[in-house]
Design a protein around this ligand. Structure first.
Ligand code: PRP
Ligand code: URA
Length: 211
């Protein structure tokens, strides 16, 4: 597996929080809060190359030129429903971001991604689009989501997840070599049901307490 297109965000704070999340007894509220906290740390890294422009401001002492975010407002695109677990923290960090949603679920038998919702902002081609989903397993969901977002006009994309399987990284890279990936960890493998090992279980169920 080539990891050339993948940035693993192995900051100790991210790794510590991820370990707490993986534990099967972590309560729903804690799991959700840890994911929110990690989302801030992931976005900090993902946003490292955002363009800035100089703006004239006045401090209490004098005028100065100071950097602010430049360009068209970026777009965060959440793959429903687990993507929403990453979305809120990221919006706290970049409140002016536009938001899109791609509703997908994995068919439990075929593991194919089935779309049930799609809504994105206008002018995607002029925005950096950051697609978020905690889990990259087979990559069927993320590949389909990125295809849809590209078809809607996006040209500059990044994909951010919490956990990735080697199989998913390979498949995503083959389908979208132009889209850099960011993850907090690359786990060992998928099991026969397409779950990441050692993983953290079903992200959506753990975020929303549906199991
Ligand atoms: C989970 C997860 C990803 C997908 C990853 O969603 O949030 O979207 O599985 O698996 P893949 O890489 O094999 O496609 P799920 O289908 O369980 O839906 P949910 O977010 O609504 O729980
Ligand atoms: N989706 C999840 O939520 N967890 C996995 O391990 C794989 C897909």
């Amino acid at each position: 597996m080539s990891t050339a297109n993948v940035t693993v965000i192995d900051h100790p704070l991210v790794q510590h929080k991820l370990t707490l999340m993986r534990q099967k007894d972590a309560p729903t509220a804690l799991f959700r809060e840890l994911l929110r906290e990690i989302s801030l740390l992931l976005l900090y890294e993902v946003a490292r190359d955002l363009p800035t422009v100089m703006k004239e401001i006045e401090t209490p002492l004098e005028k100065m030129q100071s950097p602010v975010l430049g360009g068209k407002k970026l777009c965060l695109i959440s793959i429903l429903r687990a993507g929403d677990g990453l979305l809120q923290g990221m919006l706290d960090l970049i409140p002016s971001a536009r938001v899109g949603h791609v509703g997908l679920y994995r068919d439990p038998e075929t593991l194919e991604a089935i779309e049930y919702y799609f809504k994105v902002p206008h002018s995607l081609g002029e925005r950096l689009c950051i697609v978020v989903d905690p889990m990259l397993a087979t990559a069927h969901s993320s590949i389909a989501a990125v295809e849809r977002v590209k078809a809607a006009g996006a040209r500059r994309l990044k994909f951010v997840c919490l956990l990735a399987a080697p199989e998913g990284i390979e498949a995503f890279n083959a389908a979208h070599p132009d889209v850099p990936m960011y993850t907090a960890a690359i786990d060992r493998e998928l099991n026969d049901h397409g779950y990441i090992l050692p993983g953290l279980g079903d992200a959506g169920d753990r975020i929303f307490g549906t199991k």
